[in-house]
Design a protein around this ligand. Structure first.
Ligand SMILES: [Zn+2]
Ligand SMILES: [Zn+2]
Length: 159
């Protein structure tokens, strides 16, 4: 199994699914849209983009289920076959699925990848307070506006 300094592990709540990622995420954001609120049954979702080949399922089985999408495009949510916890998503606007969107809070230590942007603030719940320094957007951002040069490079390599 691959391993390096930037290996991080995570899994589902029943414990059957365990996975590793082999680099820091390309970018992490929190989405406050009402679809994310519904399908997480929470105030917002935290999503990390990472190259699909930097993700490895270590144990358990994933099933893919249709997910909601504000854009109307197809969105697949990959879940633990046993407890149905969401692990990652593929969006069809990501050509050839070179990037997956990891559910950041399934990591064993999600604290190390805080959101680098907050999106869809127009749907944000009033009681959610966001720190001053993190970029905020009414809707979606343009990658060029928030990604580092390095992250833009990584993202372009897999599209
Ligand atoms: Zn599970
Ligand atoms: Zn959302």
């Amino acid at each position: 199994m691959r391993s390096n300094l930037n290996t991080y592990s995570g899994g589902c709540s029943c414990g059957e699914v365990r996975y590793s990622i082999f680099d820091i995420p390309i970018f992490t954001h929190a989405c406050h849209c009402s679809l994310c609120q519904r399908y997480t049954a929470s105030a917002f979702v935290v999503h990390s983009a990472i190259e699909t080949n930097n993700f490895s399922l270590v144990s358990g089985k994933l099933i893919d289920t249709p997910g909601p999408s504000g854009s109307g495009s197809i969105h697949r949510v990959y879940r633990c076959k046993t407890c149905f916890d969401q692990i990652y998503s593929h969006y069809n606007f990501v050509e050839n699925n070179g990037v997956l969107i990891l559910k950041t809070t399934t990591l064993d230590n999600p604290n190390i990848f805080p959101p680098q942007a907050h999106i869809f603030l127009k749907n944000k719940l009033d009681w959610v307070k966001i720190d001053q320094d993190t970029p905020k957007f009414k809707g979606m951002y343009k990658r060029e506006d928030v990604y580092s040069i390095e992250s833009l490079k990584r993202r372009r390599l897999v599209e």
